[in-house]
Design a protein around this ligand. Structure first.
Ligand code: GH3
Ligand code: MG
Ligand code: MG
Ligand code: MG
Length: 322
C-alpha cells in the first residue's frame, strides 16, 4: 500500500521512511505541505498519509482541508504526526480534517497499529464504493444483456438529439428487431432464446464505436445511436451492424443457429420540432417496412427536409427532449 510522508526534517523523514518500508509500505516522501497536497490530490496518489505539523509553505493542518476539498476521488486517511502534544493542539489538528493524531517521538508499534486502522477504513470505503458502483450498473443496465436499459437509452437519445440539433452534427438512430424470435423460443426454449439475445447484444456492441450507444429497447429489440454519423456512412454502418448478426451463426447449447434482424434507420441533423416519441414512431414504422419487405434488411425513414423550424428551435420543443 502506498503511503505519503510529509516532513521538513530530513532525519525525521528518513526514520519514518525506514520504519514504513520495513513494514511493507510503498513510501512517497516529500519535504513540505505543498508537495504533500499535490501528491494526495492526484487521481492515483497515496490514500494514506503521515503529515508533520510544522512545515514550510503549507503546514500539516492546512494540507488536510486542501485534500478534503477534492470530491472526485477516493478517501484519503491522514494522520498528523507532531511534537505538539497539548489537548488544544489535538483538537485543532483533528478539527482541520485529520483522521488521527500521534505525537513525536513515536512508538513504531503504535504507529503501525494506527496505520492499520486507517487501512481498515480505506478498505471499508473501497467496499462501499464497489457496492454503489454495482447498484448504479444494475440500475442503468439490462440484466440479461448488460446493455443500457430502456430508460437509459431513451434518456441518451433525448440528450443526443439535443446535442445534434444544437451543434448541427448528424446522428443516426437504428431500431433493430430480431426476426422470428418467437420461433427460437418456441422451438428451443426460453433459455436458448436468452443465449441468442446475449450473443446478439455482444455483437451489436462490438460493431459500434466506443462513443456510440447500444441499449435494449424491448424484449428482442435494440436501439442504437450513432453519434456524428453522416448520411454517407449511416447506410454502410447500419448494414455492417445488421451483418454482424446474420453473417455468422450463433453457437448455442443446442448447436449453431442462424439469426437475423430487421432494422429501421433514421439519419439526420435536421430534427425539426418533433418529440422523441414521434421520432421513434417513424423509426418503428421503417423497421416494420423492413419486416414487410422480407426481413433481414434495413429500411430508412423518409428523409428530412430542412425547414425554418430547424434553425429556430422553440425552447419548449427543446425541453421535450430531456
Ligand atoms: P418478427 O420477425 O415479426 O419480429 O417476429 P418475432 O417472433 O421476433 O416477434 P414477436 O414480437 O412475435 O416475438 C418476440 C418474442 O420475444 C416474444 C417474447 O416472448 C420474446 N421475448 C421477449 N423478451 C425475451 C427475453 O428476455 N428472453 C427470451 N427468451 N424471449 C423474450
Ligand atoms: Mg516540521
Ligand atoms: Mg419485436
Ligand atoms: Mg422480432
Amino acid at each position: 500500500m502506498k503511503i505519503l510522508i510529509a516532513d521538513d526534517d530530513p532525519v525525521s523523514r528518513r526514520l519514518l521512511e525506514k520504519t514504513l518500508l520495513l513494514a511493507g509500505y510503498d513510501v512517497v516522501a516529500v519535504p513540505n505541505g505543498m508537495a504533500a497536497a499535490e501528491q494526495l490530490c492526484k487521481q492515483d496518489g497515496p490514500r494514506l498519509a503521515l503529515l508533520d505539523w510544522e512545515m514550510p509553505e503549507l503546514d500539516g493542518p492546512a494540507v488536510c482541508p486542501e485534500v478534503r476539498k477534492k470530491k472526485d476521488q477516493g478517501y484519503v486517511y491522514m494522520v498528523l504526526l507532531t511534537s505538539k502534544g497539548l489537548k488544544t493542539d489535538i483538537v485543532t489538528g483533528l478539527g482541520s480534517g485529520a483522521d488521527d493524531y500521534l505525537t513525536k517521538p513515536f512508538d513504531s508499534g503504535e504507529l503501525k497499529a494506527r496505520l492499520r486502522t486507517g487501512q481498515r477504513i480505506l478498505h471499508l470505503e473501497g467496499r462501499l464504493v464497489e457496492a454503489r458502483e454495482n447498484m448504479r450498473f444494475k440500475a442503468t443496465h439490462d440484466s440479461l444483456t448488460s446493455l443500457f436499459n430502456r430508460g437509459v437509452i431513451m434518456e441518451l437519445l433525448g440528450r443526443e438529439i439535443s446535442r445534434s440539433r444544437r451543434e448541427r452534427v448528424p446522428t443516426a438512430i437504428l431500431l433493430c428487431d430480431v426476426d422470428h424470435f418467437k420461433n427460437i423460443n418456441d422451438t428451443h426454449g426460453h433459455l436458448i432464446g436468452d443465449e441468442v439475445l446475449q450473443e446478439a447484444a455482444r455483437r451489436l456492441l462490438l460493431s459500434v464505436r466506443s462513443y456510440d450507444y447500444v441499449g435494449r429497447y424491448g424484449g428482442e429489440e435494440f436501439l442504437i445511436i450513432l453519434n456524428n454519423c453522416d448520411p454517407v456512412s449511416a447506410p454502410r454502418r447500419a448494414e455492417e451492424i445488421r451483418r454482424s448478426l446474420s453473417d455468422t451463426t450463433i453457437q448455442t447449447s443446442v448447436g449453431p443457429l442462424l439469426v437475423t434482424m430487421s432494422m429501421g434507420v433514421h439519419q439526420t441533423e435536421n430534427w425539426g420540432v418533433r418529440t422523441v416519441d414521434e421520432l421513434l414512431h417513424e423509426v418503428d414504422s421503417a423497421m416494420y417496412a423492413a419486416k414487410a419487405a422480407g426481413r433481414n434488411r434495413i429500411s430508412f425513414t423518409k428523409p428530412d427536409i430542412p425547414s425554418d423550424a430547424d434553425h429556430v428551435v422553440p425552447i419548449e420543443a427543446e425541453k421535450s427532449f430531456r
